[in-house]
Design a protein around this ligand. Structure first.
Ligand SMILES: C[S@@+](CC[C@H](N)C(=O)[O-])C[C@H]1O[C@@H](n2cnc3c(N)ncnc32)[C@H](O)[C@@H]1O
Length: 277
């Protein structure tokens, strides 16, 4: 269960998860780049548009929008990730403003944004209907939303292969409900449509996008990355050293057939979602 005010997510993204995303920022952005390209294409940003980038994290998409000549506000609950976003924006000579804010409740300037955008930052709300209603108020009446979210984890080879390999060797994991906040909370298209409609959006479209994501240059590199990042790292939190060793060996065996060429890639499956305010 999640806390009604996103307090557990705020703790999570300011703790372990934020630290991991900060440490892996360059690699994650490279891994997610084919997905970013598809999401940015759907967003169809025009010079001078005012964009609200929800759950902007370490700033990759906010910086890209700034470079396209848009006015960007990146909003996130993670102080360490926002710190990286600000530093990278300066280093890139780009323009973007960042605010530490819970997008579910923050009082954004109303009627002021052309586009509500997110790369994997809108699946963590305890009350997503209320969160989308709040974010819609920030949009101009002519405004639109475009975001990307994961489809079911079983459709995502980069998640399924490691999970199935490691699962027999780690302590049983708490069962997540399909509507619990988390990376796969927007996998069900009917649920996404319902949340957006309840938030006041219409002309809702979900387009499936399938691609390959890079998980490493060598087998060892890919194993280390997947052990430290994503669903596997969570599953390993309470594992003993011997369970961890068995899990590592099982993951290496499962990835070996995919490691015939560099970089090693696995399939990824997302929804590209668009709607009108
Ligand atoms: C999976 S990360 C994606 C980060 C970034 N968009 C990217 O693709 O690199 C999810 C992000 O959503 C942020 N987030 C989660 N709940 C949020 C909320 N209620 N308000 C604002 N940001 C939130 C997290 O702090 C985190 O930065």
């Amino acid at each position: 269960m999640s806390s009604p005010n996103n307090a557990d997510q705020i703790a999570y993204w300011n703790g372990d998860a934020g630290a991991r995303w900060v440490a892996q920022q360059a690699r994650l952005d490279a891994m997610l780049s084919p997905i970013s390209d598809a999401a940015l294409k759907a967003a169809n940003v025009q010079h001078g548009e005012h964009i609200l980038d929800i759950g902007c994290g370490c700033g990759d998409t906010s910086i890209k929008f700034g470079k396209l000549g848009a006015r960007v506000t990146g909003a996130d609950i993670s102080a360490p990730m926002l710190g990286v976003a600000k530093r990278r924006t300066n280093e890139a000579n780009a323009t973007a403003t960042f605010i530490e804010a819970d997008a579910a409740t923050h009082k954004f300037d109303s009627n002021s944004f052309d586009l509500l955008f997110s790369r994997f930052g809108v699946m963590f709300f305890a009350d997503p209907d209320a969160a989308f209603a709040n974010m819609r108020k920030a949009l101009k009446p002519t405004g639109r939303a475009a975001f990307v979210c994961w489809r079911d984890w079983r459709e995502n080879e980069w998640v399924r292969v490691p999970i199935m390999a490691v699962r027999p060797h780690v302590p049983p994991q708490p069962q997540m409900g399909p509507e619990d906040p988390g990376p796969f909370a927007f996998a069900d298209p009917a649920r996404v449509r319902r949340i957006l409609a309840n938030g006041g959006f219409d002309a809702i479209t979900l387009n499936p996008f399938d691609t390959k994501v890079e998980i490493g240059n060598t087998l060892d590199d890919a194993v280390t990355y997947l052990m430290e990042f994503g669903p596997i790292s969570r599953a390993l939190t309470d594992a003993s050293p011997s369970q961890r060793e068995q899990a590592t060996n099982a993951l290496r065996d499962a990835l070996a057939p995919h490691a015939k060429a560099a970089p090693i890639t696995l399939g990824a499956a997302v929804w590209i979602v668009t709607a009108k305010a």
